[in-house]
Design a protein around this ligand. Sequence first.
Ligand code: ADP
Ligand code: MG
Length: 250
Amino acid sequence: MVEIRSVHKSFGPLAVLRGIDLSVRAGEVAVVLGPSGSGKSTLLRTINHLEKADQGWIAVDGDPVGYRRSGDTLYELREREVLRRRTRIGFVFQNFNLFPHLTVLDNIIEAPVAALGRPRREAVAAAERLLARVGLADKAGAYPRHLSGGQQQRVAIARALALEPKLLLFDEPTSALDPELVGEVLDVIRDLARGGTTMIVVTHEIGFAREVADTVVFMDEGRIIEQGPPADVLDRPAHERTRAFLSKVL
Ligand code: ADP
Ligand code: MG
């Protein structure tokens, strides 16, 4: 589902991704760990074409990110096509990023109606199903400011799912939450994982990684230091830097 080959990305003189190789199969969950500044968010943003890689190559479901294939030649995509493809990848942010002036329901149907041209009635029915799935069937008419952080993040997940993405990216989805609200959001993500949604989750929740990840990826200074099944990377890390990081977050 996701193929990343030798991806490099710099901001001016700062090399943020320094040769990333990663594959995630359909239905798998990859959890990305690493210290602040190691390039985790930039990696997610590059997969979603919010940033453009300087070198290397990324494909999502066979489509090269940012390019169209014709025979053996790649052509750079126009902005409109980039936006269209981006709608097929769900992105859940640390700070929820809900539209404050829209109700929960309108937050969820906005993109399906505006970006994909779905009939409003269909989008509303789908949104109601998604709200039930994240345990918020009674909040359709509420505004984000009246919800807890955990509820807002569950709405954000429902909003991402409304576009029927083939891939979901989570960037520290529970880092902004009070500790007692973390569990309800992880429960929803865990359910999606069991349902076979392909996802890449950046998180410091090691227990969640151990339970849900097929692959754990440890990044430091723009590189993947090690990756493998949770039992290897979390319980028998091969690298000193992984051990040092885990001893701080556990
Ligand atoms: P992480 O998510 O692992 O904390 P990031 O990918 O956010 O790391 O950032 C990696 C490095 O890149 C940091 O030093 C950050 O300051 C820098 N960075 C990220 N985005 C930009 C940007 N748009 N312009 C300049 N520097 C950036
Ligand atoms: Mg980050």
